[in-house]
Design a protein around this ligand. Structure first.
Ligand SMILES: Nc1ncnc2c1ncn2[C@@H]1O[C@H](COP(=O)(O)OP(=O)(O)OP(=O)(O)O)[C@@H](O)[C@H]1O
Ligand SMILES: [Mg+2]
Length: 504
């Protein structure tokens, strides 16, 4: 007798449907799982056997074969326990075949039959909708999975509850979606005294999703400024929230099934490993750059990151996705983030203050910033020097330009962009504009063009630099409420581009 259950295998944020076939046949008693299972999947048989015996269901003294189909797709993780148990139970006629094959199941079993939460309930729910089935997952994952529209989520707390539900003896109500968690009350930008230019750069970067580099002496407020970026970003759109949450779901980061409308803000330490930052390692998990998808990746003390890590960022910055390679497959994760980097200008940090700089200035500055390669530096649209704060500035009352006000201006500029790029595949904000679309929306008026050409010629802008200036100028014009990109918009964009550039 062959019984079928369904589950998923994760391939990046995609969940691919897997059929769990169970055959019980005469022969040497045994329990085998085939179909490229990893260690956690192979161990499922011990957990399933113990969970069933805890409910006084003994496995027959026959040969039990489980095949996970398609057989050439690698299966990883502990979430195969529940579908394997259900396939066995259907083959034993403990639960009806049709009920089992009508759901996509995932969940880990403990030895007493309790269902333990697993990662990836949200992408699994999307896959369940695609194949027109309900989703069965552990109770703790129900709130997360129920976020997907049109999915019916059954979230039993134990295998016994799952069996009762399938047999119609204890039908469970569908799970309801978790709370939308609001922002954690990001601190206000007005607390940062002075640093008007840096604040302006933050506003432009947030409005157009441009990459930003802050360079300045120790204690000038760089980390403080960056930490306040979440407070000026617009909330995630529902589509973005789902996309970002799918990645967080795979990393097991969704608290109590709540989906956050706040853009992610990730700040990996410079000692983090390559796998932690770009993704990979066991199970090819998403890294910090993917967890920052649709949000901010803040890399404090940027030159202190290992060179290999910094160089690896170059390609994901351009394409908005990263390919994590592992022995037998390539996993693709989206990573459209806004990169914010902070750095001291040199090792001692006081290069800009002749009275305090060390004896090696200015060579130490070149050495230190030289750790950031030219092509990587080229990807920063906005570069700002953050000077030491004057004591007189620190005495000033809290400024009027609060995060809420800046956020309102940013939201207006973003709304203009959303309307502008509607229908353009792969474009959401000015930073994404490419090719003919970029030419059409960002070509400046005659005066602006003349200025840009002069600057490009005088300072030897790269082709990428030229296009990045155009995108930033477009954002500045949007913040200004101007349809054409004018000379002053180009001039401001250029001024941010040329800071810290050797050519000046
Ligand atoms: N512009 C500012 N307005 C108000 N307080 C400031 C400002 N700049 C610095 N401070 C004070 O100095 C502290 C340190 O600032 P912060 O950590 O942001 O400096 P930093 O530029 O990141 O320094 P480092 O280069 O050492 O990392 C802040 O917690 C705050 O108390
Ligand atoms: Mg700092």
């Amino acid at each position: 007798m062959v019984a079928m259950a369904y589950t998923v295998a994760f391939d990046g944020i995609d969940a691919r449907l897997v059929q769990v076939q169970c055959a019980i046949s005469p022969g040497m008693p045994g329990f085998t799982i085939v179909g490229l299972p990893d260690k956690a999947v192979s161990e499922a048989r011990e957990r399933v056997r113990a969970a069933l015996s805890s409910m006084a269901i003994a496995l027959p003294s026959q040969r039990i074969s489980i095949n996970l189909s398609p057989a050439d797709l690698p299966k990883e993780g502990s979430h195969f326990d529940l579908p394997i148990a259900l396939a066995v139970l259907a083959a034993l006629d403990v639960v009806p075949h049709e009920e089992v094959s009508d759901i996509v199941a995932l969940g880990e079993l403990s030895l007493d039959g309790t269902l333990v939460p697993v990662v990836g309930a949200l992408p699994a729910a999307v896959a369940a909708v695609d194949c027109d089935r309900a989703l069965m997952c552990p109770a703790a994952c129900g709130a997360e999975a129920a976020w997907v529209d049109a999915v019916r989520v059954i979230a039993p707390a134990s295998l016994a509850q799952a069996i009762a539900h399938l047999n119609g003896r204890g039908v469970l109500d569908p799970a309801v979606a978790g709370e939308v968690t609001q922002g954690s009350g990001a601190r206000c930008l007005s607390e940062v005294k002075g640093q008007e230019r840096a604040k302006r750069a933050l506003e432009i970067a947030a409005a157009g999703r441009h990459h930003l580099m802050l360079v300045g002496s120790p204690g000038s407020g760089k980390s403080m400024l960056a930490a306040r970026i979440p407070g000026i970003l617009p909330p995630l759109t529902p589509v973005e929230a789902l996309e970002t949450s799918m990645i967080h779901s795979l990393a097991g980061l969704l608290d109590a099934g709540g989906i956050s409308r706040q853009r992610p803000f990730r700040e990996p330490h410079h000692t983090a490993s390559m796998a932690a930052i770009v993704g990979g390692g066991r199970g090819a998990k998403p890294g910090e750059i993917s967890l920052a998808h649709n949000g901010v990746l803040f890399m404090d003390e940027f030159p202190e990151f290992p060179r290999a890590v910094l160089e690896t960022l170059r390609q994901p910055i351009e394409t908005g996705e990263v390919v994590v390679a592992r022995a037998n497959a390539h996993v693709r994760y989206p990573c459209r983030f806004m990169l914010v980097a902070a750095a001291n200008p040199c090792r001692c940090g006081y290069l800009a203050e002749p009275a305090r700089a060390c004896g090696r200035a200015p060579a130490c500055g070149d050495d230190y910033m030289g750790r950031i390669s030219g092509p990587l530096m080229d990807r920063f649209d906005l570069r700002v020097e953050v000077p030491p704060v004057a004591f007189t500035d620190l005495d000033l009352p809290v400024g009027e330009d609060t995060s809420a006000r800046i956020a309102a201006r940013v939201a207006v500029a973003r709304a203009v962009q959303v309307a502008r790029y509607a229908g353009q595949a792969g474009m959401w904000a000015n930073a994404d504009a490419q090719g003919a679309v970029l030419d059409a929306v960002a070509t400046p008026d005659a005066e602006g063009r003349a200025l840009l050409l002069r600057v490009a010629d005088r300072f030897g802008l790269s082709a990428r630099g030229y296009h990045r200036v155009l995108r930033v100028a477009r954002t500045i014009a949007d913040l200004d409420g101007s349809d054409p990109v004018q000379r002053q918009h180009v001039a401001e964009a250029v001024s941010f581009r040329l800071t810290l550039t050797k050519e000046v």
